[in-house]
Each structure stands twice: as C-alpha cells, then as structure tokens.
Design a protein around this ligand. Structure first.
Ligand code: 3H9
Length: 690
C-alpha cells in the first residue's frame, strides 16, 4: 500500500485506486506500487476480478510529463501493461473524467473498459511531439480498427464515452455510481468465467484494413504535418500494428517513442504545454473574483461581433451595442450567418444555434449596458474615440463593472486616467476572428485592481482562451514584436529578395504563411492607415496601397489572386515596382539567401522579446512564446521565439545582430542586455548565472 495506490476489497473483487492529484499522472511513485499491487492480486487466489479506478476528478490523464527527458525509473508503463495482460482473471478499467495517453494505454491493458457518460478517452501524445509509447498505437487499432485509431492518434483529440462505446473501445457506460457498477460488472464477468482475451490477441479488426487507402491517408497527413515529426511517426506506428506481428510492432513503437522524446520538437511542445498553464497564473491565487454573468460589447463589426460570439459560446449573456440600428442589425446578421455556417459544417446543432442567438440582446442605447458586469469596447482604434466611449461607460456602468478595451496599440493608462474608476479598467486584446483565435492578451494597466485582473484571467479560461497577462506599451507583446519582425521586410525587398522568396523562407521554417502572404490576407490598408497616423512610411507597401492593391480582398496586393483564390501568384508588376524603387535609391539588387532573411527578421523578433522581458511587459520568456504560438503562428515544433533562441544559440543571435547593427546602425539590431545575458547563462531569468 502507498499514499498513491490503495487496494480495497468488495468480497471477491479487488479495487485498485490510483490517487495522485491533480490528474493522476503515472509518476514513478504511482507506477511502482501499482505494479506491486497488481502482481499481488494476480497471485491471490481469493481474488476473482480486478478493477482499476482513480480517486479525484479524473482517471489517469497520462504519463507524468515532467519525467520526460530524464532516465525513466522502472517499472515503465509498458511493463505494467504487459504484466496486466498476463492476468487470467477479468480486469476492468473504470473510467471517469479523462483517460488520456498513458492512462488510456493502462486501460487498454485491461480486458474491459467501462466509463461514465461524461468520460473522454484519447491519445493526445502527438500534441506533445510524441506518440503513445505504452502500446497505444498497437492496441487501439485492435479495438477500434486501424483507420479510426489513425485519426485518434494523429489528431490527438479525445472522443466521448458514447463514441468510444460505439467504436468498441468501451464495453459499457454506467450512469451514477461508477465504482459500484464496475464492481458488479467485474463480478458478473468472473461468475460467467473466461477465458478472457487480452487486447494484444484480438486481431479481427486488423484484417479489415485496406492498406492502399491507409497509405493515401498517411500521405495526406505528411503533407499537412508542416515539418512536424510526431504525426508521421504516429501514422507509421499504426501501420506497423497492421503489418507486423504484435511484439515487433510494439518494439518499433518503443524505438519511435525514444527518438521523439529526445527531439527538440517534443521538448518545444512540452515547454509550451507547461508555458500555457504558467501564463494563466497571476499573483494572489485566492483573491475573490468579481461575478460576471452579462457581458456588454461595444461595436458589432468583425472584431466586436467575434468577441460577442466568444462570450456567448462560453455561456454568457451578451448585450451588443452599436451606434445605429442599421449597423446593429448588420452585426447581428453576421453573427447569425457565422453560426449557420457552423451548423452546415456539422460543428453546431440547430438547437444550440438557437440557444446561442437567444443569448444576444442588441441595443443602440448606452443605458442598456447598466446591467453588464463586464463591458468590452471594440470601436475604431483612435484615442479620442476610445475616451469618448469610456466617458459614456463611466456614466452608465454599475459600480464594480469591469471596463475593458480591445485596443491593439493604444496606451491603456491614458484611457484609464480618463474615467473616475481606473481600477476597473483593463485591456482585453482579442485576435481576429475573436471567436476562433485562442490567444487573449490581458493588459494590466498601472491602476488595474488585482481582483479585476484575476477575474478576467479566470474568465478567459471559461471562454476557452489561452490568456497571457502583459503590461502597457505600444503594441503590447505581440504587435510590438511583430513590428520588429517586419522592420527589415522592405529593406530585404529593395536589396533584391522577392516577396515569394521571403515568404518561402518563413514557410520552410514552419510558419503557416510568410509576412507578405499575411499582409495580403489581413488587408494592406490597415498597416497603411496606422503608418499614416504615426507619420511613418513603407515605400513598397504604401505604393501598393496608393494603387488600390489592398491584398486578397482587392484581388491584388503583394501577390495576384484569381477570383475566390486564397493563395496568390507572384506578380511581375510588383517585382518591377520593387526594382524601380530600389534603382531610385541607387540599390543594386543581389541574391539574398534564406539564412539572411531569418537573421534580419526573426533575430530582431527575439531581441524585441528580450527588451520586453527587461521592461517587465511580460513576466516570463515562456509567456512570450505562448503569445507567438497561439496568436501569430510561430511553429509549435520550435516552441516560440524565446525557446527557439535557445535552440538556435543565443550567442550566435547576438553575434549576427551585432553584425547587422554595425552595417545598418538600426536599433532593432542592437542586442538587448537580457539577450546577451541569455547568451552567457543559457537562461532568460534575470540574474541567472551560467
Ligand atoms: C503520455 O502519456 C506518454 C505515454 O504514451 C507513454 C509513456 C511511456 N503530467 O491542464 P490543467 C498538470 S504523454 C504532469 O490545468 P485541466 C498541469 O501542468 C501524456 N503534469 O487541468 C497542471 O499543473 P499546475 C499524455 C500534468 O483540468 C495540473 O496538472 N497526456 C499532466 O484544465 C492541472 O492541469 C496528456 O497529454 C501530466 N500528464 O485539464 C494530457 N497533465 O497546476 C495532458 C496535467 O502546476 N493533460 N498536468 O499548473 C491535459 O490535457 C489536462 O491537464 C487535463 C486536465 C485535460 C487532464
């Protein structure tokens, strides 16, 4: 017996309970007593059946991720599962909450799996840059068939109990008291008698595989993997389960797992797993949060509408405010259309759509916001306009209501100073489309009250966002670093690179698209307007805008778009324009390689991140990674810019920045002291020693 694994008896049925809060991960201190308990029960003639269950809120949620990268202490999970399969009496896993990764693999070692109706089962290892390494790739196909197993393992998305039951993964679903039902189920099995076939010996579903169709599916996956190794390895392992004898397939899975767990990609993805959870932590965990039931959103344009949908999807009532009835109806109409698209895609039922729409109340009168607990403004990005809106809110909002701005750049301290209750003002910087994009930058102003901050951090989680708390500066973390990344784009063009060469360097790096493709998608007029407001210029982009080349929506921008096409084709006119502008400046075009493109775009990105850390705008380097992966498409396999700096070598980044600084004299290239410190100590922490 241990604190983490206990055995109780209900007459001839033994119940092994794992109790390792918060998620019952299979840490060494669980595996060891679990193995001992199972061996003892196997050899105990008075035990007719064995149930494996968990205490707390969930079944085993997987291996202990913190143990990866260190020597694994025996017994390993695969040894426990192998031992389980030597037991002749019936073994049953009782699943509540989530059976994930190693948790599901443990359950696959049992003869039977039962679940409560709310349980979820899955193998999400791929999201950590891994594959199921406890036999999951070899056993799951034997129960649900190789095609379904391939989908589950490569996507990493868990399925519900009903679906698992229909697929043959779960043998029974019980309502109510799961432990009692499971004990009765196990006793009945023992009474009827065996033999009970372990999953490893069930081959029928494998025979149904059409290998050609399977290979076509695998080829498609490889195309979509964008340089990630884990999805391909997952698919290979499932294929092995079909084509190789059980033990050989298991050995191959083990070898693939060993390769992945030691890879930079998996290290990067594990870093992000913990980084996302860290980012959601703010000091003062026990602060009493404010009650939020009704949310007001001002502005029913693309941004406001998306924000309103994000809150409605999270279960909140929403009052949507516009300046005119016409604009309001247009906004509500778009929301309805968006939900209708979800229904047509099958991701929403007609009933849920109706419920969601019933959560909205439209208004053109600020007085209707008086009942709201949180009000988010998403109006035109202009300080005077924002202050006017906040003035009106100050007059109508109830005391204690949180007043939030969705500004992407503006000084929130200045907005807060314009109202009588700066302690209630916070920034909620959503990313477009706000109902889809995961990232939420929560901007804490100088006077934001700790309970207001804690409330919005909690709220972000409730509406399914990945939240990062940041400080006030122009562009906060994401857009400020984006400006640094883009500061050399025009220069690279003028010196001889084409938009498609630069974009290709980015997509080869793993980004979903390059900066010019992204500019065309977002609309080049947005940056143009911002530059004009700040008295800045960008010779190529400005000229394109003057010619009405606003990007995809205009059919032409940096690229040409055929009607309805999402990807553009290079436009000789744009390349000629670039050469003309270069000639006007006396710049002789030269060949520019991908390395130089990365050095002049991504090294300044990292450098700006270091400055942001120095200034305390972000609390941790890993927060910056969370922003960039979730909001800007930084490749997850590289862990975000600050993690990648470690892979790339901070010393090399410093050296090359110094080179470019000498050549151009530009501030973006001047290595930040924190980056230099990282190069010496290997850590982003202030005051770390090497
Ligand atoms: C695996 O199993 C490999 C095997 O195939 C092969 C082995 C040979 N380990 O997410 P939460 C911590 S790979 C260690 O906020 P929720 C988490 O960091 C694994 N720690 O809760 C957090 O700590 P803190 C495959 C873990 O209710 C706390 O628990 N499994 C682990 O929102 C609460 O987490 C997975 O990938 C872990 N496995 O969501 C599942 N899991 O409080 C990963 C969580 O200090 N886990 N922690 O910040 C999840 O998806 C979610 O945690 C879960 C609960 C859905 C279970």
């Amino acid at each position: 017996m241990s604190n983490f694994v206990s055995v109780t008896r209900d007459n001839d049925v033994a119940v092994v309970t794992i109790d390792n809060p918060p998620v019952n991960a299979l840490s060494f201190h669980v595996r060891e007593p679990l193995m001992q308990a199972l061996v003892a029960l196997r050899d105990d003639a008075s035990v007719a059946a064995i149930v494996i269950a968990c205490a707390g809120r969930t079944f085993v949620a997987g291996a202990d991720i913190t143990e990866f990268g260190k020597p694994m202490q025996p017994p390993e999970l695969r040894a426990i599962v192998a031992m389980l399969e030597t037991i002749a009496k019936p073994t049953v896993a009782a699943i509540h909450g989530t059976a994930l990764g190693g948790g599901l693999e443990l359950a696959l070692g049992c003869h039977f799996r039962v679940a409560d109706a709310g349980a979820k089962l899955g193998l999400p290892e791929v999201k950590l840059g891994l594959l199921p390494g406890g036999g999951g790739t070899v056993r799951l196909p034997r129960l649900v068939g190789p095609v379904k197993a391939l989908k589950m393992i490569v996507s990493g998305t868990p399925i519900g109990a009903e679906e698992a039951h229909a697929a043959g993964l779960v043998d029974a679903i019980f309502e109510g008291d799961l432990p009692t039902h499971t004990v009765n189920f196990a006793r009945e099995l023992a009474r009827k008698g065996g033999p009970f076939t372990p999953v490893r010996d069930r081959d029928d579903r494998l025979k149904e595989t059409d290998l050609a169709a399977f290979d076509a599916e695998m080829a498609d996956l490889a195309r979509k993997a964008r340089g990630l190794e884990a999805p391909i390895a997952c698919a290979q392992a499932v294929r092995n389960a079909v084509t190789l004898p059980f033990d050989e397939a298991l050995a191959a899975e083990r070898a693939l797992f060993a390769g992945l767990v030691a890879s930079d990609q998996s290290r990067a993805q594990r870093h992000l797993f913990f980084a996302e959870r860290e980012a959601a932590k703010v000091p003062g965990k026990d602060i009493v949060k404010r009650r939020i039931a009704r949310v007001g959103v001002i502005g029913a344009g693309t941004m406001g509408g998306g924000i309103a949908m994000a809150f409605a999807n999270g279960g909140f009532s929403v009052t949507l405010l516009e300046t005119s009835e016409e604009a309001l109806q247009r906004g509500l109409g778009t929301i309805e259309k968006n939900y209708a698209v979800s229904v047509s895609r099958g991701s929403l039922t007609e009933d849920t759509k109706r419920q969601r729409l019933a959560q909205f109340k439209g208004s053109t009168d600020y007085a209707d916001l008086a009942g709201c607990d949180l009000i988010v403004e998403a109006v035109f990005e202009n300080m005077a306009v924002k202050k006017e809106v906040f003035g009106k809110l100050d007059a109508v909002a109830r005391p204690g209501a949180i007043l939030a701005t969705n500004t992407s750049y503006l000084d929130i301290n200045e907005i807060a100073a314009s109202v009588s209750r700066p302690q209630d003002v916070v920034g909620l910087h959503f990313f477009s489309p706000a109902n889809v994009m995961k990232l939420l930058e929560i901007v804490r102003a100088d006077k934001t009250a700790p309970d207001a901050l804690a409330t919005v951090v909690d709220l972000a989680r409730r509406i399914g966002k990945v939240a990062v708390v940041v400080g006030v500066c122009h562009g906060f973390v994401g857009n400020r670093m984006l400006a640094a990344r883009g500061s050399e784009s025009e220069e690279l063009l003028l010196e001889g690179a084409t938009p498609s060469q630069i974009d290709k360097a980015f997509t080869d790096f793993g980004w979903p698209m390059g900066p010019f493709q992204m500019g065309d998608l977002a609309g080049l007029d947005i940056g143009w307007r911002n530059r004009k407001a700040r008295g800045q210029t960008a010779v190529i982009a400005d000229t394109l805008c003057e010619q009405g080349r606003f990007g995809q929506k205009a059919g032409r921008g940096f690229y040409l778009y055929e009607t309805g096409a999402r990807s553009g084709i290079p436009d000789p006119e744009v390349e000629a324009l670039i050469r003309d502008k270069a000639a006007e400046r006396g710049i002789e075009p030269r060949a520019i390689g991908a390395d130089e493109i990365i050095e002049r775009t991504l090294y300044p990105l990292v450098n700006e991140g270091a400055k942001i850390l120095e200034e305390g705008i972000a609390a941790r380097a890993s927060d910056i990674d969370v922003v960039w992966v979730n909001g800007y498409g930084f490749p997850i396999g590289k862990g975000g810019p600050m993690f990648w700096a470690g892979l790339e070598g901070a010393a090399r980044i410093v050296e090359r920045l110094e080179h470019w600084h000498q050549r151009t004299g530009k501030d973006v290239f001047k290595p930040a002291p924190r980056l230099k410190a990282m190069a010496e100590t290997g850590s982003w922490e202030a005051g770390a020693t090497g």
